[in-house]
Write a protein that binds this ligand. Structure first.
Ligand code: GLV
Length: 329
């Protein structure tokens, strides 16, 4: 009998996903969800043909050198800044992510965070739970309107478009966006979104949502100079990646009321959170959960597993990031 390919599943995952993978592979898993030190991750990758990762495991030239038999790494995330894709391509290793299956769920969450931030929901809940609510007051937790306001979106991929559609069609918002490239007219019309320069986006948005991928170019795309251009009444929402916002600068801007409030799901160096952000009241903080609904997390896990099966068993991954590797194989 031919030996099954060996794969590593780097973090705990649905038991059904492990069962699916075990039909095809010899699976080394981590259902205890231990955060392996880097050296241990690399040692476990050594004899594997495939790996199932989350956004937390870095696959770079060092990892690839430690795993000469590796053929594919399937990330259970749409973002893949934990992958050095050029290094993977150079090593002939297929990289895959999980696009599409999380778009609507993540756009829902972007909107939830925007609403919670603009309407000061968590701040007011903390006040209530602390027993501080003793009387009605005309200005108690007055926030910013969402309906009819100007929604700015930085990064207009699938999730950005989902947020734009919700804003334009659900809340009658005036939607503006900035992106590396402009959408085709039909997509702009479907989102009722108008393309503007980044400066205009910063100056005009009442609510600015960040949905761009992390890269060297987008590192600190929102720092002190950008925050200073925003309206003092504006809210900022980041559901993209830590590092796109300069968290220390954001905490200062929130403290000094340079902007009114922020909703942040992703952090520089997460799961560590900048202590200055924890100290300001006008920020809603969530632990990187934008795609976290049961059906969507199941769909993401299934797509990552299907990529491993698709490639290692049938020679065809479903959502490759570097399809050129397949051509040269
Ligand atoms: C989550 O952050 C993802 O990239 O899927």
């Amino acid at each position: 009998m031919v030996n099954k390919p060996r794969i590593l599943v780097a973090r705990a995952i649905f038991p059904g996903t492990i069962a699916q993978l075990e039909q095809h592979f010899e699976v080394e898993h981590n259902q205890a969800d231990v955060i392996w030190p880097r050296t241990e991750l690399l040692a476990r990758l050594k004899d594997k043909a495939g790996a199932f990762t989350t956004g937390s495991e870095r696959i770079d030239a060092q990892a690839l050198a430690a795993a000469p038999g590796l053929k594919i790494v399937a990330n259970m995330a749409v973002g893949y800044n934990n992958f050095d894709v050029p290094a993977m391509t150079a090593a002939g290793v297929v990289a895959t992510n999980t696009p599409d299956v999380l778009t609507e769920t993540t756009a829902d969450f972007g909107f939830a965070l925007l609403m919670a931030t603009a309407r000061r929901i968590t701040e007011s809940e903390h006040y209530l739970r602390a027993g501080q609510w003793t009387k009605w007051a005309y200005d108690m937790f007055s926030g910013a309107d969402v309906h009819g306001s100007t929604l700015g979106i930085l990064g207009m991929g699938r999730i950005g478009q989902g947020i734009a559609r919700r804003g334009a069609h659900g809340f009658g918002m005036n939607v503006i966006y900035h992106n590396r490239s402009r959408l085709v007219p039909e997509l702009e019309a479907a989102c009722k979104a108008r393309y503007v320069a980044k400066d205009e986006l910063l100056r005009t948005a009442d609510h600015l949502v960040l949905v761009l991928p992390y890269s060297k170019q987008s590192h600190h795309a929102i720092g002190a100079p950008e925050l200073a251009q925003m309206k003092p009444t504006a809210t900022l929402v980041n559901i993209a990646r830590g590092g796109i916002v300069d968290d220390a600068a954001l905490a200062r801007a929130l403290r000094d009321k340079v902007i009114a409030a922020a909703g942040i799901d992703v952090f520089e160096g997460e799961p560590r959170v900048h202590p200055d952000l924890l100290a300001v009241p006008n920020v809603v903080l969530t632990p990187h959960i934008a795609s976290a609904t049961v059906p969507t997390r199941k769909a993401m896990a299934k797509l990552a597993a299907d990529n491993l099966v698709g490639f290692l068993v049938h020679g065809k991954p479903l959502t490759p990031l570097n399809p050129e590797v397949l051509k040269s194989a």
